[in-house]
Design a protein around this ligand. Sequence first.
Ligand code: FES
Ligand SMILES: [Fe+2]
Length: 416
Amino acid sequence: MLTAARNDMLTRVGPGTPMGELLRRYWHPIGGASQLDETPIKTIRLMCEDLVLYKDLSGTYGLVDRHCPHRRADLSYGWVEEQGIRCNYHGWKMNEHGKVIEQAWEDTNNPSGRGRENCDTKAYPVKECAGLLWAYMGPLPAPELPVWEAFKYENGWREVVLADIPCNWLQCQENSCDPVHFEWMHDNWGARLKGGDSNVAPKHLKVVFEDYDYGLIYRRVRENQPDNSKYWTVGRVALWPNGFYLGHHFEWRVPVDDENTLSVAWFFMRVPKGREPYVQKQVPTWISPIKDENGRWISSHVINQDIVAWVGQGVIADRTKENLRSSDIGISMMRQQFLNDMEAVAQGRDPKAVFRDPEAAKCVMLPDMYRTINTQGLTIEEIRKDRILGQRLDEFRHHVGQPPEVRQAFVDAMGL
Ligand code: FES
Ligand SMILES: [Fe+2]
């Protein structure tokens, strides 16, 4: 249980708030790079700031204030040129650093150049990595973008799935350190949704949570689980500050504002043995719906089930009314680490898992239950026998709504 003040402190993300300042010390995935191939300008709200994300004709990404620095017109109605984004109202043009690089009337009629002084607009750095676009919204110099080892795995199919979640980001992230929900939400409830009527999922017998350089690891033992199971020997990572790594995919919960979250999931699946070398030309990005035609949350797919839990906790979960127990130790550890990190930022120090050394950030290993499979591969028959990968051969079970062309490209990659 938390006080209302603590709950506010942990959940609110606007500029100047303690958590907003903390989260601004990290790079966040904000969408798929392929989204800007279709339309080069996209509106985006991140941590209570309204922005436009664009890719200019030279291929440079920019993330700037949605409102033009001249008289505040909406830049999402502008257009991109060889360099920068141009406002449709009076033609000012801005670059990715927020500099005004053309000022149509002034340049013609008052060309001293002084018209461009003191009118820089807000701009944040953007990088592309693994088919994702990443933004950094904190003080400069920006830290290094950690390149997780999985981003470098070869011979694999990747896809990015986004979902707009109408609740606060923290309750989504607390789910990254909550092993017991797999037994109930995904197994027992999942079985009921398919007509089952008993609670027969293997019980959790043991869970441990460990502090780790890049987050928190949890390991678990369930009934019928062999002693050498990687769920116990390797575990999974609640990635700092708002991610989750499960060995075959990442999930991030990116705050849009205090009451909305962008769910970003990145999936990897190595092609079967014999189909290498495989090089994917473009990482597809698609948006998963979360409500059905009756306005109820969709519950048919795994992450959609998680979303039912997150939104069900309220727009901002009221942690003054909860009752944490021993299965929730990881959640308490996560909150405490956030409180420590907010204090570190207030004192001018880097919080946990900020990378300053380019060498260290180049290829960062994480506990990975699937490392051998991801790096050495399986035959198609072996893939079929793996509970999670085998399912993916038949259908995409994580998010509802995979477009048919993405499924087809996956089928082609796997040689099904
Ligand atoms: S408001 Fe954008 S150029 Fe005038
Ligand atoms: Fe889940």
